[in-house]
Design a binder for this molecule. Structure first.
Ligand code: GCO
Ligand code: MG
Length: 401
């Protein structure tokens, strides 16, 4: 069997998604997510111009060899565009291997290590009473883990506040601007978690995303002030390229740390994992080189008791979510999976068999990944330029979003 075609499909059923569909000589197809939020066409061009021509005529069964060919063969290694393109190919080839074997992909990865994949959703609100109502909504829908984000008095347009169930930070057109004040934020957030713990008791798992905005000593202070509320994790407290900073955070707080949604290779993770500077690694299939490379990262993490906590916001398509669930089910060191449901239009463009029940997601049992793209429906939603926000301090200085 040979690869005879690979189509790069860009569609915007409410937000942009890039999908690679590989077609084999016997008609078997496989899909991979290639969406990089706000930079979609860069990955689409990388695939169309540089990857697809190299795939034609290759044996789809040789997943590892194709991964190495695309990684080593590019000379220019790593980076989000390259690794997202490689991820799309890798994911599609695992889908094909599952279909050829007649098995769901998790069986090819060693079979189930658990009965389901525990997920967390995003609660948020403008006032503390809105936050409590939002958390209550997740609890009533069966979630056992909830990320909590709150508006901070004095900071308009803060990250993470959603007006509907499908939270989406990207907007059409050029980037909007949001704002930030570390003193206002640090003064406000502990009281929000105090209110949530008082209302929901000690066992609901609570998480919080700082979205890369603090310095290490500020993050250490926040971690300490949140200790009484026993968070499952504090996410991305500082920009993670300065990895030395995590040593300082660790000296001061026992609040667990989760990092990695913007990482794209094992080399971004290795110091944080091997020095036990984090507790959860949040790399994901689409941005970290596919199932093959993410498995390598999770295996390294397992040696150091670091657990997975993959990114799963709505800019990761149902194709990525399907692939993530197969890996989550199989690995020994699974922690949590982020899950925010997509819009009805997105679900229609990407028919999938995974299902949510009692706080857990369950992958489809059909051969392969159990997800596809409806190409004629996708064609009715043309690409629209969109961007993530940028962020400024209240005096106008550019800051990390
Ligand atoms: C999360 C993330 C997202 C990202 C978004 C960027 O933890 O879910 O931080 O909200 O900002 O996915 O594309
Ligand atoms: Mg995050």
């Amino acid at each position: 069997m040979k690869i005879v075609e690979a189509r790069v499909i860009v569609t915007c059923p409410g937000r942009n998604f890039v999908t690679l569909k590989i077609v084999c000589s016997d008609g078997t197809t496989g899909v991979g997510d290639a969406t990089l939020n706000g930079r979609e066409l860069a990955v689409a061009a990388y695939l169309t111009e540089h990857v697809v021509p190299a795939l034609i005529g290759r044996d789809p069964a040789r997943i590892e060899d194709t991964w190495q060919y695309l990684y080593r063969g590019a000379y220019w290694r790593r980076g989000p565009v390259t690794m997202t393109a490689i991820a799309a190919v890798d994911t599609a080839l695992w889908d094909i291997k599952g279909k050829v074997a007649g098995l769901p992909v998790y069986q090819l990865l060693g079979g189930r290590s658990r009965s389901g994949v525990q997920v967390y959703g995003h609660a948020s609100g403008s006032s503390t009473s809105d936050v409590l109502a939002s958390v209550a909504g997740f609890v009533s829908r069966g979630y056992r883990a909830v990320r909590v984000q709150a508006e901070v008095p004095g900071i308009p347009d803060i990250y993470g506040i959603s007006s509907g169930p499908a939270y989406e930070p990207a907007t059409f057109g050029v980037a909007t601007e949001s704002s930030w004040s570390t003193p206002d934020y640090l003064a406000h957030i502990p009281a929000v978690f105090e209110a949530v713990r008082d209302e929901f008791g000690p066992t609901l798992q609570l998480l919080h995303d700082v979205h890369h905005r603090l310095t290490p000593i500020e993050a250490a202070r926040l971690g300490k002030s949140l200790e009484p509320y026993a968070l499952t994790w504090m996410e991305d407290p500082v920009p993670a390229e300065l990895q030395d900073g995590f040593r300082l955070i660790r000296q001061h707080t026992t609040t667990p740390l989760a990092v990695g949604e913007v990482f794209n290779s094992i080399f971004d993770c290795s110091t944080l994992i091997s020095e036990r500077l984090i507790d959860y690694i949040r790399t994901t299939v689409v941005h970290a080189g596919g199932i093959t490379h993410l498995r390598r990262i999770f295996d390294l993490a397992a040696l150091y008791q670091v657990r997975s906590g993959s990114h799963g916001a709505t800019d990761l398509s149902p194709v990525c979510m399907s692939a993530a669930l197969h890996l989550d089910l199989a690995i020994p060191n699974f922690g949590l999976q982020e899950y925010m449901p997509h819009t009805a239009e997105t679900d229609a463009v990407f028919p999938h068999g995974y299902r949510f029940a009692d706080g857990y997601l369950h992958p489809a049992e059909e051969p392969g990944l159990g997800v596809d793209i409806d190409e004629s429906l996708a064609a009715t939603f043309p690409y629209r330029p969109a961007a993530l926000p940028v962020n400024r301090l209240t005096d106008g200085t550019m800051h990390d979003w």
